[in-house]
Design a protein around this ligand. Structure first.
Ligand code: 5AD
Ligand code: SF4
Length: 442
């Protein structure tokens, strides 16, 4: 049998990277070999993101470059996967005639058949969303190269319908994956030598799996995964503040190998804005959760997502976001300008009325506050010693390695004789707002 080469390009969130690993596994079973060389590919897949308009625009521009590849190699097949495929399948098929396959997030098992049935200008699409698909039985092919940290997708979809967000429309309803299959995947990662596992889902706190043996919630799932090997670190992403329970915070506090790091997207520091966002919590509720975290896990790393210039956002509401950021004192934040997404409640109900220049200015003010918090927090780490999992060779110099602390901060240090996957004790000697620098101590 002739081998066929598969090239996958992934955009957007970690869930997409995890999905690309499922796609790679499905196609390897069908005789494909993964390649990093796009020119040698027989099939090119682009796994896409719809979360903001500029994410979609980037992909539309990028795929134009594949046209010339196809002109040179007429048998080449091009597939668009993921959220954009789900959201604008018709448009893609009509406007991008060189695209052969369009497949949504729940139809990856169908890809071998879709590839088979395309050719000579015949396009195929499957964008049916499922209430059950979790790809539980598929052993992902790990696409990351470091062999140290891996992701396990524990649930799919989202039922929260935050007013600004397109995800419930592109990824469908929430469903939790069988815990047995998650544990099996974690044990397999242990056997392969991985040292860090991140449990992934759009809202992992609402993980819940019921069957005749009983019910497993997220805190229980974390305990079970953490118990596999105390030398493997457990992380999770991403959480909704309304669902972050005391039980979960206590589980993180009590379990050594569950990292002291929580990503808790606030989106806005204003209760009235949060109400328009349909986030189902107030500023006070959020701050109460942060107090609980800080009292139970004093050294917890904290990060968040923030949207600047949401529909109807007043100057006072924006100021409340800045003040909440100063109160929480995050270590890291992902910060975005609001981007209206078709079909969402916000697109239907609220005009996108904050002018572009005001959005830009507010975003910059948010970035400035975060820069100060990150730097101040890092300065407090200077002089302290951290247990770091080595996961990278520094981009600047081969003599330097980098890794992450329990709190998820990046630490750069001289290599000495450590290697990828080692835990080393590193004393922090200096910092910038973005990284800690240090030296290995024995
Ligand atoms: N515009 C801007 N940012 C958005 N996000 C989600 N939808 C939008 C949107 N329409 C951000 C949120 C979310 C993160 C993944 O992306 O902050 O937490
Ligand atoms: Fe989108 Fe809200 Fe679901 Fe996150 S929780 S994916 S922001 S709808």
């Amino acid at each position: 049998m002739n081998t066929k080469n598969l090239y996958i390009e992934t955009y957007g969130c970690q869930m997409n990277f995890s999905d690309s690993e499922v796609v790679a596994s499905i196609l390897e079973k069908d005789g494909y070999v993964l390649t990093d060389d796009i020119k040698s590919a027989d099939v090119i897949f682009v796994n896409t993101c719809s979360i903001r308009d500029n994410a979609e625009r980037r992909v539309r521009n990028r795929i134009q470059e594949f046209k010339s590849l196809k002109n040179r190699k007429p048998g080449l097949k091009i597939g668009i996967l993921g959220c954009m495929a789900e959201r604008i399948s018709e448009k893609l098929l009509v406007e991008e005639k060189f695209v052969d396959i369009v497949a949504g997030p729940d139809s990856y098992r169908d890809l071998p058949k879709l590839i088979e049935e395309t050719g000579d200008g015949r396009q195929m699409a499957n964008v049916v969303l499922s209430l059950e698909e979790t790809y539980a039985d598929i052993e992902p092919v790990r696409l990351d190269k470091n062999g140290v940290s891996a992701f396990i997708s524990i649930m799919r979809g989202c039922d929260n319908y935050c007013a600004y967000c397109v995800v419930p429309f592109t990824r469908g309803h929430e469903r939790s994956r069988d815990p047995q299959s998650i544990l099996k995947e974690a044990i397999d990662l242990k056997k392969k030598g991985y040292k860090e596992i991140t449990l992934l889902g759009q809202n992992v706190n609402s993980y819940n799996y019921k069957d005749s043996y009983g019910e497993v919630n997220f805190a229980e799932l974390m305990r079970r995964v953490a118990a596999i090997d105390s030398d493997i670190r457990i992380r999770f992403s991403t959480s909704h503040p309304k669902d972050i329970s005391d039980e979960l915070i206590e589980t993180i506090a009590k379990t050594d190998n569950i990292c002291n790091s929580i990503h808790l997207p606030v989106q806005s520091g204003s209760s009235s804005n949060l109400k328009r966002m349909k986030r189902f919590y107030t500023r006070e509720w959020y701050l109460n959760r942060i107090d609980k975290i800080k009292s139970m896990i004093p050294d917890c790393g904290l990060s968040t997502d923030i949207i600047a210039g949401y529909c109807g956002e007043t100057e006072e509401e924006h100021q409340e976001t800045l003040s909440l950021m100063r109160m929480v004192n995050y270590d890291y934040a992902f910060m975005f300008k609001y981007s209206e997404r078709p079909d969402t409640l916000a697109a239907k109900k609220y005009p996108d009325d904050v002018p572009e220049d005001v959005k830009s200015r507010r975003l910059q003010e948010i970035i400035n506050v975060q820069q100060v918090s990150s730097h101040n927090n890092n300065l407090k780490d200077v002089g302290k010693t951290f247990r770091v999992l080595v996961d990278n060779v520094s981009k600047r110099s081969k003599e330097q390695m980098s890794g992450r602390t329990d709190q998820n901060k990046v630490m750069v240090f001289d290599r000495k004789d450590c290697k990828l996957g080692d835990y080393v004790m590193v004393k922090c000697t200096s910092c910038t707002a973005a990284t800690l620098k240090g030296e290995i101590v024995v």
